[in-house]
Design a protein around this ligand. Structure first.
Ligand SMILES: [Zn+2]
Ligand SMILES: [Zn+2]
Length: 467
Protein backbone atom coordinates (compact mmCIF):
# COMPACT_ATOMS: atom_id res chain seq x y z
CA UNK A 1 0.00 0.00 0.00
CA UNK A 2 2.67 2.40 1.04
CA UNK A 3 4.84 1.32 -1.85
CA UNK A 4 1.97 1.67 -4.30
CA UNK A 5 1.27 5.17 -3.09
CA UNK A 6 4.91 6.01 -3.39
CA UNK A 7 5.29 4.65 -6.89
CA UNK A 8 2.18 6.46 -8.05
CA UNK A 9 3.74 9.70 -6.94
CA UNK A 10 1.30 10.29 -4.09
CA UNK A 11 3.61 9.01 -1.41
CA UNK A 12 5.40 10.95 1.27
CA UNK A 13 7.00 14.17 0.20
CA UNK A 14 10.72 14.75 0.25
CA UNK A 15 10.78 16.18 3.73
CA UNK A 16 13.48 13.95 5.11
CA UNK A 17 14.10 16.33 7.94
CA UNK A 18 10.46 16.76 8.90
CA UNK A 19 9.58 15.90 12.45
CA UNK A 20 6.07 14.83 11.66
CA UNK A 21 6.85 12.35 8.93
CA UNK A 22 10.27 11.28 10.05
CA UNK A 23 9.45 7.57 10.20
CA UNK A 24 8.13 7.18 6.68
CA UNK A 25 11.10 9.06 5.35
CA UNK A 26 13.52 6.98 7.26
CA UNK A 27 12.14 3.96 5.40
CA UNK A 28 12.82 5.73 2.16
CA UNK A 29 16.35 6.53 3.21
CA UNK A 30 16.92 2.90 4.18
CA UNK A 31 15.82 1.90 0.69
CA UNK A 32 18.14 4.46 -0.80
CA UNK A 33 21.03 2.96 1.08
CA UNK A 34 19.94 -0.64 0.58
CA UNK A 35 19.76 -0.13 -3.15
CA UNK A 36 23.50 0.01 -3.45
CA UNK A 37 23.85 -3.46 -1.94
CA UNK A 38 20.97 -5.15 -3.73
CA UNK A 39 21.55 -8.34 -5.66
CA UNK A 40 20.99 -8.08 -9.43
CA UNK A 41 17.61 -9.87 -9.20
CA UNK A 42 16.17 -6.87 -7.45
CA UNK A 43 17.99 -4.28 -9.45
CA UNK A 44 15.10 -3.09 -11.59
CA UNK A 45 12.74 -2.91 -8.61
CA UNK A 46 15.18 -0.91 -6.53
CA UNK A 47 16.00 1.28 -9.46
CA UNK A 48 12.33 2.11 -9.81
CA UNK A 49 12.01 2.90 -6.11
CA UNK A 50 15.17 4.91 -6.28
CA UNK A 51 14.09 6.92 -9.28
CA UNK A 52 10.66 7.66 -7.92
CA UNK A 53 11.71 8.46 -4.38
CA UNK A 54 15.13 9.97 -4.60
CA UNK A 55 15.59 11.40 -8.03
CA UNK A 56 12.28 13.18 -8.28
CA UNK A 57 14.12 16.41 -7.63
CA UNK A 58 16.34 17.74 -10.36
CA UNK A 59 18.88 20.53 -10.02
CA UNK A 60 18.42 23.24 -12.57
CA UNK A 61 21.27 25.37 -13.74
CA UNK A 62 22.21 26.74 -17.08
CA UNK A 63 24.81 24.01 -17.49
CA UNK A 64 23.03 21.12 -15.84
CA UNK A 65 19.37 21.63 -16.64
CA UNK A 66 17.31 18.46 -16.53
CA UNK A 67 13.69 18.66 -17.67
CA UNK A 68 11.15 17.97 -14.95
CA UNK A 69 9.09 14.89 -15.73
CA UNK A 70 5.35 15.08 -15.22
CA UNK A 71 5.33 12.36 -12.56
CA UNK A 72 7.68 14.21 -10.28
CA UNK A 73 6.44 15.15 -6.85
CA UNK A 74 9.12 17.53 -5.70
CA UNK A 75 11.71 19.66 -7.42
CA UNK A 76 14.80 21.54 -6.49
CA UNK A 77 14.16 25.25 -6.93
CA UNK A 78 17.02 27.69 -7.09
CA UNK A 79 16.55 31.09 -5.50
CA UNK A 80 18.18 34.18 -4.11
CA UNK A 81 16.42 36.09 -1.34
CA UNK A 82 18.84 38.99 -0.88
CA UNK A 83 19.40 41.59 -3.62
CA UNK A 84 19.43 45.40 -3.80
CA UNK A 85 18.16 47.78 -6.47
CA UNK A 86 17.80 51.53 -6.99
CA UNK A 87 14.87 51.36 -4.55
CA UNK A 88 17.65 51.61 -1.92
CA UNK A 89 21.43 51.38 -2.38
CA UNK A 90 21.69 49.04 -5.39
CA UNK A 91 22.68 50.56 -8.72
CA UNK A 92 20.27 49.12 -11.25
CA UNK A 93 16.57 49.03 -12.05
CA UNK A 94 14.49 46.18 -10.64
CA UNK A 95 13.51 44.90 -14.08
CA UNK A 96 17.15 44.71 -15.21
CA UNK A 97 18.17 42.81 -12.07
CA UNK A 98 15.19 40.47 -12.20
CA UNK A 99 15.94 39.65 -15.81
CA UNK A 100 19.52 38.81 -14.85
CA UNK A 101 18.21 36.12 -12.46
CA UNK A 102 15.75 34.78 -15.03
CA UNK A 103 18.53 34.42 -17.60
CA UNK A 104 20.90 32.87 -15.06
CA UNK A 105 18.46 29.99 -14.54
CA UNK A 106 17.04 30.90 -11.14
CA UNK A 107 13.49 29.85 -10.28
CA UNK A 108 12.73 32.53 -7.71
CA UNK A 109 14.16 35.69 -6.23
CA UNK A 110 13.37 38.56 -3.93
CA UNK A 111 14.60 42.13 -4.27
CA UNK A 112 15.25 43.10 -0.67
CA UNK A 113 15.90 46.79 -0.36
CA UNK A 114 16.63 48.49 2.95
CA UNK A 115 13.44 49.31 4.88
CA UNK A 116 11.38 49.79 1.72
CA UNK A 117 9.16 47.83 -0.65
CA UNK A 118 8.89 48.60 -4.37
CA UNK A 119 5.59 50.40 -4.05
CA UNK A 120 4.36 53.98 -4.35
CA UNK A 121 5.80 56.82 -6.38
CA UNK A 122 9.61 57.00 -6.37
CA UNK A 123 11.71 59.05 -8.76
CA UNK A 124 15.49 59.08 -8.88
CA UNK A 125 17.68 61.58 -10.67
CA UNK A 126 19.82 60.56 -13.63
CA UNK A 127 22.76 62.17 -11.78
CA UNK A 128 22.26 59.89 -8.79
CA UNK A 129 22.05 56.82 -11.03
CA UNK A 130 25.30 57.81 -12.73
CA UNK A 131 27.05 58.33 -9.39
CA UNK A 132 25.95 54.90 -8.15
CA UNK A 133 27.70 53.26 -11.11
CA UNK A 134 31.15 52.26 -10.07
CA UNK A 135 32.45 51.66 -13.56
CA UNK A 136 32.31 54.14 -16.42
CA UNK A 137 30.64 52.17 -19.14
CA UNK A 138 27.34 52.44 -20.87
CA UNK A 139 25.08 53.98 -18.23
CA UNK A 140 22.46 52.10 -16.23
CA UNK A 141 19.77 54.38 -17.62
CA UNK A 142 20.92 53.88 -21.20
CA UNK A 143 20.94 50.13 -20.78
CA UNK A 144 17.49 50.25 -19.16
CA UNK A 145 16.11 52.38 -22.01
CA UNK A 146 17.71 50.16 -24.60
CA UNK A 147 16.20 47.02 -23.07
CA UNK A 148 12.70 48.20 -22.16
CA UNK A 149 12.14 51.17 -24.51
CA UNK A 150 10.89 54.73 -24.00
CA UNK A 151 7.26 53.62 -23.73
CA UNK A 152 8.03 51.61 -20.59
CA UNK A 153 10.63 53.89 -19.01
CA UNK A 154 9.07 56.98 -17.41
CA UNK A 155 11.16 60.15 -17.32
CA UNK A 156 10.55 63.77 -16.34
CA UNK A 157 12.42 66.97 -15.65
CA UNK A 158 12.89 67.48 -11.92
CA UNK A 159 12.49 70.73 -9.97
CA UNK A 160 16.19 71.48 -10.32
CA UNK A 161 15.99 71.04 -14.09
CA UNK A 162 17.70 67.65 -13.99
CA UNK A 163 16.41 64.48 -15.57
CA UNK A 164 14.55 61.98 -13.35
CA UNK A 165 13.36 58.40 -13.82
CA UNK A 166 10.48 56.73 -12.04
CA UNK A 167 11.17 53.34 -10.46
CA UNK A 168 8.58 50.73 -11.37
CA UNK A 169 6.70 49.09 -8.54
CA UNK A 170 6.70 45.33 -8.07
CA UNK A 171 2.99 45.34 -8.96
CA UNK A 172 3.90 46.95 -12.29
CA UNK A 173 6.88 44.82 -13.30
CA UNK A 174 6.26 41.38 -11.84
CA UNK A 175 4.06 40.22 -14.73
CA UNK A 176 6.95 40.79 -17.15
CA UNK A 177 8.82 37.91 -15.53
CA UNK A 178 6.57 35.68 -13.47
CA UNK A 179 5.30 32.45 -15.00
CA UNK A 180 3.55 29.79 -12.91
CA UNK A 181 5.97 26.97 -12.20
CA UNK A 182 8.77 28.78 -14.04
CA UNK A 183 9.71 31.96 -12.23
CA UNK A 184 8.48 33.52 -9.01
CA UNK A 185 9.16 36.88 -7.40
CA UNK A 186 8.83 37.14 -3.62
CA UNK A 187 8.20 40.58 -2.17
CA UNK A 188 11.06 41.17 0.25
CA UNK A 189 12.68 43.76 2.49
CA UNK A 190 16.00 43.96 4.28
CA UNK A 191 14.93 45.27 7.66
CA UNK A 192 17.93 47.38 8.53
CA UNK A 193 18.06 48.06 12.24
CA UNK A 194 20.94 48.65 14.65
CA UNK A 195 21.93 48.42 18.28
CA UNK A 196 24.46 50.18 20.49
CA UNK A 197 27.20 48.04 21.99
CA UNK A 198 28.35 49.03 25.48
CA UNK A 199 30.91 51.30 23.90
CA UNK A 200 31.13 52.91 20.51
CA UNK A 201 28.78 53.65 17.67
CA UNK A 202 25.69 51.80 16.52
CA UNK A 203 26.21 48.46 14.74
CA UNK A 204 23.98 46.96 12.07
CA UNK A 205 21.32 44.29 12.55
CA UNK A 206 19.97 43.29 9.16
CA UNK A 207 17.12 40.82 8.78
CA UNK A 208 15.47 39.80 5.52
CA UNK A 209 11.71 39.42 5.52
CA UNK A 210 10.74 37.50 2.38
CA UNK A 211 7.13 37.20 1.15
CA UNK A 212 5.92 40.21 3.13
CA UNK A 213 2.62 41.94 2.43
CA UNK A 214 3.62 45.28 3.83
CA UNK A 215 6.79 46.99 4.96
CA UNK A 216 8.11 46.02 8.41
CA UNK A 217 9.59 49.16 9.98
CA UNK A 218 12.93 48.45 11.67
CA UNK A 219 13.03 48.46 15.47
CA UNK A 220 16.31 50.12 16.37
CA UNK A 221 18.23 50.23 19.62
CA UNK A 222 19.20 53.32 21.57
CA UNK A 223 22.35 54.24 23.50
CA UNK A 224 22.46 52.29 26.72
CA UNK A 225 19.31 50.47 25.62
CA UNK A 226 18.48 46.96 24.48
CA UNK A 227 21.12 44.35 23.65
CA UNK A 228 21.79 42.96 20.18
CA UNK A 229 19.72 39.84 20.80
CA UNK A 230 16.84 41.85 22.25
CA UNK A 231 16.79 44.03 19.12
CA UNK A 232 17.04 40.99 16.83
CA UNK A 233 14.21 39.35 18.79
CA UNK A 234 12.00 42.45 18.64
CA UNK A 235 12.34 42.60 14.85
CA UNK A 236 11.62 38.89 14.44
CA UNK A 237 8.54 39.34 16.63
CA UNK A 238 7.37 42.19 14.40
CA UNK A 239 7.69 39.92 11.36
CA UNK A 240 5.80 37.15 13.18
CA UNK A 241 2.99 39.59 14.01
CA UNK A 242 2.55 40.41 10.34
CA UNK A 243 2.50 36.72 9.47
CA UNK A 244 -0.12 36.06 12.17
CA UNK A 245 -2.22 39.03 11.06
CA UNK A 246 -2.16 38.26 7.33
CA UNK A 247 -1.86 34.47 7.36
CA UNK A 248 0.87 34.77 4.75
CA UNK A 249 4.07 32.91 5.68
CA UNK A 250 7.20 35.05 5.81
CA UNK A 251 10.71 33.68 5.54
CA UNK A 252 12.83 35.71 7.94
CA UNK A 253 16.61 35.33 7.98
CA UNK A 254 19.33 37.09 9.91
CA UNK A 255 21.99 38.46 7.59
CA UNK A 256 25.80 38.59 7.57
CA UNK A 257 26.54 38.49 11.35
CA UNK A 258 30.18 39.49 10.78
CA UNK A 259 29.33 42.65 8.83
CA UNK A 260 31.15 45.35 10.83
CA UNK A 261 31.78 42.53 13.34
CA UNK A 262 28.33 43.37 14.62
CA UNK A 263 26.94 40.11 16.00
CA UNK A 264 28.33 37.07 17.81
CA UNK A 265 27.26 33.44 17.78
CA UNK A 266 25.87 34.00 21.28
CA UNK A 267 23.69 36.86 20.00
CA UNK A 268 22.30 34.58 17.31
CA UNK A 269 21.81 31.60 19.60
CA UNK A 270 19.76 33.62 22.07
CA UNK A 271 17.04 34.62 19.61
CA UNK A 272 14.84 31.54 19.46
CA UNK A 273 12.34 33.33 17.22
CA UNK A 274 14.98 33.11 14.50
CA UNK A 275 15.25 29.87 12.52
CA UNK A 276 17.47 31.06 9.62
CA UNK A 277 20.69 32.93 9.01
CA UNK A 278 23.11 33.51 6.14
CA UNK A 279 25.95 31.02 6.36
CA UNK A 280 27.16 32.40 3.06
CA UNK A 281 26.57 35.95 1.79
CA UNK A 282 28.30 36.91 -1.47
CA UNK A 283 29.10 40.49 -0.46
CA UNK A 284 32.91 40.65 -0.27
CA UNK A 285 32.80 43.06 2.70
CA UNK A 286 30.99 40.94 5.27
CA UNK A 287 33.99 39.09 6.79
CA UNK A 288 32.73 35.66 5.80
CA UNK A 289 35.91 33.91 6.93
CA UNK A 290 36.29 35.81 10.22
CA UNK A 291 39.83 36.78 11.25
CA UNK A 292 42.55 35.63 13.65
CA UNK A 293 40.42 36.23 16.71
CA UNK A 294 36.85 36.08 15.44
CA UNK A 295 35.04 33.08 13.94
CA UNK A 296 33.80 33.00 10.36
CA UNK A 297 30.18 32.39 9.42
CA UNK A 298 30.45 28.59 9.44
CA UNK A 299 32.07 28.55 12.88
CA UNK A 300 29.42 30.99 14.14
CA UNK A 301 26.83 28.50 12.91
CA UNK A 302 28.34 25.64 14.91
CA UNK A 303 28.78 27.69 18.07
CA UNK A 304 25.22 29.05 17.93
CA UNK A 305 23.77 25.60 17.18
CA UNK A 306 25.75 23.94 19.98
CA UNK A 307 24.45 26.53 22.46
CA UNK A 308 20.90 26.13 21.20
CA UNK A 309 20.80 22.35 21.20
CA UNK A 310 22.95 21.53 24.24
CA UNK A 311 22.29 24.43 26.55
CA UNK A 312 18.89 25.78 25.56
CA UNK A 313 17.08 22.68 24.28
CA UNK A 314 16.14 24.64 21.17
CA UNK A 315 16.23 23.88 17.46
CA UNK A 316 19.37 24.86 15.52
CA UNK A 317 19.63 27.60 12.93
CA UNK A 318 19.37 26.65 9.26
CA UNK A 319 21.82 28.26 6.85
CA UNK A 320 21.15 30.15 3.61
CA UNK A 321 23.36 31.29 0.78
CA UNK A 322 22.56 34.69 -0.75
CA UNK A 323 24.01 37.32 -3.08
CA UNK A 324 23.44 40.64 -1.28
CA UNK A 325 24.31 42.16 -4.66
CA UNK A 326 24.42 45.94 -5.07
CA UNK A 327 26.46 46.55 -8.23
CA UNK A 328 25.49 45.51 -11.75
CA UNK A 329 27.86 47.49 -14.01
CA UNK A 330 31.19 46.22 -12.80
CA UNK A 331 32.34 46.10 -9.20
CA UNK A 332 32.48 42.99 -7.03
CA UNK A 333 29.22 43.24 -5.08
CA UNK A 334 27.58 41.51 -8.00
CA UNK A 335 24.90 38.81 -8.44
CA UNK A 336 25.25 35.03 -8.82
CA UNK A 337 27.53 34.23 -5.87
CA UNK A 338 25.27 32.57 -3.32
CA UNK A 339 21.87 30.90 -3.46
CA UNK A 340 19.60 28.31 -1.94
CA UNK A 341 18.18 25.14 -3.47
CA UNK A 342 14.78 24.34 -1.98
CA UNK A 343 13.10 20.96 -2.43
CA UNK A 344 9.41 21.73 -2.67
CA UNK A 345 6.29 20.41 -4.36
CA UNK A 346 5.50 23.68 -6.10
CA UNK A 347 7.12 26.94 -7.05
CA UNK A 348 4.85 28.90 -4.74
CA UNK A 349 5.74 31.05 -1.73
CA UNK A 350 4.09 28.90 0.94
CA UNK A 351 5.46 25.62 -0.48
CA UNK A 352 9.00 27.04 -0.57
CA UNK A 353 8.83 28.54 2.91
CA UNK A 354 7.34 25.42 4.49
CA UNK A 355 10.01 23.25 2.85
CA UNK A 356 12.67 25.55 4.29
CA UNK A 357 11.11 25.41 7.75
CA UNK A 358 11.38 21.61 7.52
CA UNK A 359 15.07 22.04 6.64
CA UNK A 360 14.58 20.69 3.13
CA UNK A 361 17.03 23.00 1.39
CA UNK A 362 20.73 23.69 1.18
CA UNK A 363 22.96 26.70 0.66
CA UNK A 364 25.39 26.93 -2.24
CA UNK A 365 28.17 29.02 -3.68
CA UNK A 366 28.59 26.70 -6.67
CA UNK A 367 28.07 23.04 -5.75
CA UNK A 368 24.75 21.39 -6.67
CA UNK A 369 23.32 18.28 -5.04
CA UNK A 370 21.04 15.75 -6.66
CA UNK A 371 19.86 14.26 -3.40
CA UNK A 372 20.15 14.56 0.36
CA UNK A 373 18.58 11.88 2.54
CA UNK A 374 18.83 11.57 6.31
CA UNK A 375 17.67 8.45 8.12
CA UNK A 376 17.10 9.15 11.84
CA UNK A 377 17.04 5.43 12.70
CA UNK A 378 20.51 4.66 11.43
CA UNK A 379 21.68 8.27 11.79
CA UNK A 380 23.07 8.12 8.27
CA UNK A 381 23.15 11.03 5.88
CA UNK A 382 23.55 10.24 2.19
CA UNK A 383 24.38 12.78 -0.52
CA UNK A 384 24.65 12.66 -4.26
CA UNK A 385 26.61 15.57 -5.71
CA UNK A 386 25.97 16.82 -9.25
CA UNK A 387 28.91 16.51 -11.65
CA UNK A 388 30.69 19.73 -12.62
CA UNK A 389 33.22 19.17 -15.40
CA UNK A 390 36.42 17.70 -14.01
CA UNK A 391 35.79 18.96 -10.49
CA UNK A 392 36.32 16.64 -7.56
CA UNK A 393 34.49 16.99 -4.25
CA UNK A 394 35.41 16.72 -0.60
CA UNK A 395 32.58 16.35 1.90
CA UNK A 396 33.04 16.98 5.59
CA UNK A 397 30.68 15.82 8.30
CA UNK A 398 30.82 18.59 10.91
CA UNK A 399 29.16 18.83 14.31
CA UNK A 400 29.59 18.85 18.07
CA UNK A 401 29.68 15.93 20.53
CA UNK A 402 27.84 15.86 23.83
CA UNK A 403 31.14 16.08 25.75
CA UNK A 404 32.28 19.34 24.17
CA UNK A 405 34.15 21.81 26.35
CA UNK A 406 33.16 25.40 25.61
CA UNK A 407 36.04 26.86 27.63
CA UNK A 408 38.77 24.39 26.71
CA UNK A 409 41.68 25.05 24.37
CA UNK A 410 40.05 22.50 22.04
CA UNK A 411 36.34 23.12 22.43
CA UNK A 412 35.17 20.30 20.19
CA UNK A 413 32.56 22.66 18.74
CA UNK A 414 32.27 22.26 14.98
CA UNK A 415 34.49 19.16 14.92
CA UNK A 416 35.11 17.48 11.58
CA UNK A 417 33.80 13.99 12.35
CA UNK A 418 34.63 12.49 8.96
CA UNK A 419 35.76 13.36 5.45
CA UNK A 420 34.87 11.67 2.17
CA UNK A 421 35.73 12.14 -1.49
CA UNK A 422 33.55 11.56 -4.52
CA UNK A 423 30.06 12.29 -5.76
CA UNK A 424 28.22 9.72 -3.66
CA UNK A 425 28.77 10.02 0.04
CA UNK A 426 27.24 8.34 3.09
CA UNK A 427 28.16 9.39 6.61
CA UNK A 428 27.05 7.90 9.91
CA UNK A 429 26.73 10.43 12.72
CA UNK A 430 28.80 9.59 15.81
CA UNK A 431 26.71 8.15 18.66
CA UNK A 432 27.40 11.16 20.85
CA UNK A 433 26.90 13.85 18.21
CA UNK A 434 24.46 16.57 19.24
CA UNK A 435 23.92 17.26 15.54
CA UNK A 436 25.88 17.15 12.31
CA UNK A 437 25.85 18.87 8.96
CA UNK A 438 27.84 18.47 5.75
CA UNK A 439 29.99 21.02 3.95
CA UNK A 440 30.91 20.02 0.40
CA UNK A 441 33.90 21.75 -1.21
CA UNK A 442 34.75 21.40 -4.89
CA UNK A 443 38.25 21.48 -6.38
CA UNK A 444 37.26 24.45 -8.58
CA UNK A 445 36.74 28.12 -7.91
CA UNK A 446 33.43 29.93 -8.43
CA UNK A 447 33.16 32.04 -11.57
CA UNK A 448 32.50 35.09 -9.42
CA UNK A 449 34.27 34.57 -6.08
CA UNK A 450 33.65 36.76 -3.03
CA UNK A 451 36.89 36.09 -1.16
CA UNK A 452 40.45 34.98 -1.74
CA UNK A 453 41.05 31.28 -2.19
CA UNK A 454 37.32 30.56 -2.39
CA UNK A 455 36.21 27.20 -3.81
CA UNK A 456 32.68 26.25 -4.86
CA UNK A 457 30.79 24.92 -1.84
CA UNK A 458 27.44 23.69 -0.56
CA UNK A 459 26.15 23.47 3.00
CA UNK A 460 23.44 21.04 4.12
CA UNK A 461 21.27 21.69 7.18
CA UNK A 462 21.98 20.23 10.64
CA UNK A 463 20.43 16.81 11.31
CA UNK A 464 20.42 14.34 14.19
CA UNK A 465 19.33 16.89 16.79
CA UNK A 466 15.67 15.87 17.07
CA UNK A 467 16.32 12.65 19.00
ZN1 LIG B 1 22.72 43.95 5.03
ZN1 LIG C 1 21.79 43.59 1.86
Amino acid sequence: MERAARLSGRGPKHSDFSNVTELSHSKKAVKLLAMRHSPPLYWSFWLLVFLTTSFTATPKTAAQYTPRAASEVTHWYRGNTHTHSLWSDGNDFPEMITEWYVKAGYDFMGLSDHNILAEGDKWVSADYILKKQRAVRKGALEKYLHRFGPDWVEQRTGKDGGQEVRLKTLAEYRSLFEKPGQFLILQAEEISASYYPEEGKALPIHINAVNVKEVVPPIKGTKGGASASEIIGANFQAIARQEAATGQPILAHLNHPNFQWSLTAQDLAAVVEDQFFEVYNGHPGINHLGDDTRPGDEAIWDIANTIRIAEMGEAPLFGLGTDDSHTYHGGDVSPGKGWIMVRAEKLEPAALIHAMRRGDFYASSGVFLEDIAYDPLTRQIALIISPDGDATFTSELIGTRKGYNATGAETGIGEVFATAEGREVTFTLPEDALYARVTITASVRPENPSHEGQMKQAWTQPVGWRN
